[in-house]
Design a protein around this ligand. Sequence first.
Ligand SMILES: [Zn+2]
Length: 840
Amino acid sequence: MTNVRTQAHSRRQRGFSEVTNVIRKAGGIAWLLAALASGLFAQNLAPAQAPGPAESLYLKLRSVGLDKSRVYKIRNGAIDQVSIHLSFDDGTIAFTEDAGGHITGALFLGDGDILLSPPNEAERSSLALFTGAAILEEKFSLAYLRFNDDVYDALRPALRPTEDAESFVNLWNPSAKELAQEDALRLLVSFNQDPAAADRAPDHLLHAYLRGRRLGTFDVRYDSTLQEQISAGQHREADGGSYYDVWLSFTVPPPGKPALLKVQAPTPDFVITQFKIQAHIKVPTELSARAVLNIVPNRAGERVLLFELSRLLQVKSVEAEGRPVEFIHNQAIEGSQLARRGNDALAVFLPHPLPPGQPVQLTFEYSGAVLSEAGNGLLYVGEHGTWYPNIGFAMSRFDLEFHYPVGWTLVATGVPSEIKVEGSEQVSHWVSERPVPVAGFNLGKYSRSATTAGKVTVETYATTTVERNFPKTADNQPLPDLLGRPPSPFPVVPSVPSLPPSPAQNIQAIANTAARAIDFYSQRFGPFPYSDLALTQYPGRISQGWPGLIFLSSYAFLNSDEREHLEKDKAYRLIQEQNVAHETAHQWWGDLVTWSSYRDQWLMEALANYSALMLLESRDPAGFHLVMQRYRDDLLNKTHDGVPLMNAGPVTFGLRLSSSRFPDAYEAISYGRGTWLLHMLRTMLRDAQRSPAGKSSDEPFVRVLRKLRTDYEGKSLTTAQLIAAFEPELPHSLWYEGHKSLDWFYQGWVNGSAVPQFELRDLKFTDKPTSVLVTGKIDQEDAPDTLVTSVPIYASVGGKNIFLSRVFVEGNATTFHVSAPLHTRKIVIDPEQTVLARSK
Ligand SMILES: [Zn+2]
């Protein structure tokens, strides 16, 4: 349901119903480096030829050991890197051997301290959640450091000779060499860029692995090339899965700036303007391809270009402008974010740094078993990472040519030309109508059905069978859900319906549902971006939205009897039934407008989900409320250690939310809470312009979404930009403390995690000639003191609720006075449930 492809679902991530891509490009290599930051890299190098200069240095960097001539006693040494303070009070330190003329690491044994204080409340809460304290202050006994600055020189005044250098090195060298692997590619990038290029961002790296006395082994990282330069976290095992828990991650605020910055994503190092891919498919699993990428650098000095590519593909060659160039296909280690996406890193070394703006054409030849076969006549790509070299989701043009056996139907992103038959092969050709963030295809022995929505053709493709393991997932884990639902604490593996369902029977109904959704969204958010929408059956619970193409879960093809058989809970069934509408909404939110960093990914889920729910509400208001209540209840659900799921953090933590503490929090929060946040914005605007007759309109809310579509089509959107788009629509009654601003909402609701409870007390009713003056207090409980909420209050007169006004409730208690109709003797808070709050 995201537009992010990829994804090998690891067993432990069964809670993810959607393909999710944690850390997206935050600027060229930065996204990948961030991905690398969260996981180790393995040993294997793809090409087995004699190493070139880049690869030689890389091999050295990833296996560098300690230098016997650089072992010292150290006393009162310290490293201060931005807000990280490391002190080495007393112990022994050994620096690493030269690698390309650089000392890049050190291993310390003794007594040390780290001090690191996050600059904002959200990160302090996150740190406290994992470590029990809002400041990272920890004594350590062992440290391994990796750096690209002259740390050796900085520590030199604290160093004294030692006698037992040899035994120290012998003892610790194996550990040092193993730890050297993780940052090798990152350092190689540092040492391969043109240091003279003036417009390159400063490049400082300090990565410390620490054995804490209280917290165990964890790591802390400063990387000036990342959008969030400072991070800390820990690998942990839980429920049979391994996680990297991100304790904190933040952008260093410039001096004098507020701690909670609305950060704009940095410009990527380069963009890919066009992909021309020729792919040969050998059923059931083999793909071999030649991909030509047009690359335009954004700044000078780039020599190393980093891409992601599926782990199952082997690169045979890379050429720049027709000349072979060096590349490293670096295998990601199990458990890293990159590996979870099914991808490896692919680094390409150009012979010369690129001047800005001068395009370069790269040609990749690669092959491997990247397709999956789920059943008879049901193949798919995308489970195992990206099938072409890519970076992030910048908008590009795609020209795709596929060769595949006769008898199969291939559906890809873009507009098809006529299919040619050449012997036992078919050839089809697909060209994107406009720049799109990604391209994909699906292959099967399908039946087809079609309808139209205005000028848009809507086609559905499905086979007569479901995947072999239906209704269980491949690894026999309890099923993850279609939309935003954490697994039940009592997993029930449903029994198979008496006959296996046949998706092909329901293809017309699916096409009609998608067409209705297109009509509904087009009226509100502007026209459908492409001339055609194809929905193809996709095995498993996951659906994926690509531009003009939806891989739709086999489960979405169930008829209502089959669905009821598998899901007894009405709210969850309703959620599942919105699957087609949710995926269709991603064509606007996720494919046309993309998101900026991992902190903004929730936007696309929330926008797609809320769009689908607005459609539901237009037909079934009671069903809409049932779903909203389920999302709220899921946030309040307690994990097995008794902590409510909402405590995992705010929507802006993205995939960080799913940690060893809360394996399923990403869904509950980015879908559930995210959907609620949009509902709160919509109903605030709606209440603010209610006419005396009680009539209200969605126009201001819809107008904002329409403007977002116009302003951000073909671009990425940040959370701050979304909030800013709502501000011009704020009527005076929604100005908190006299400011036409939603800062209070951004701070407390978007960057907060509370689900408060409201209570009325001390009510006084004073009769006036034509009205009743009501005064009283509203308590806000289960919320931080700083939380501000716009709460609607109603008069209850003669069994009817009459809207009075919205009140800003801040902190624990707020006094209000409002005018109510004659005879009012009862006041109620938010009877229409427009605020995410606990009921009593
Ligand atoms: Zn989605």
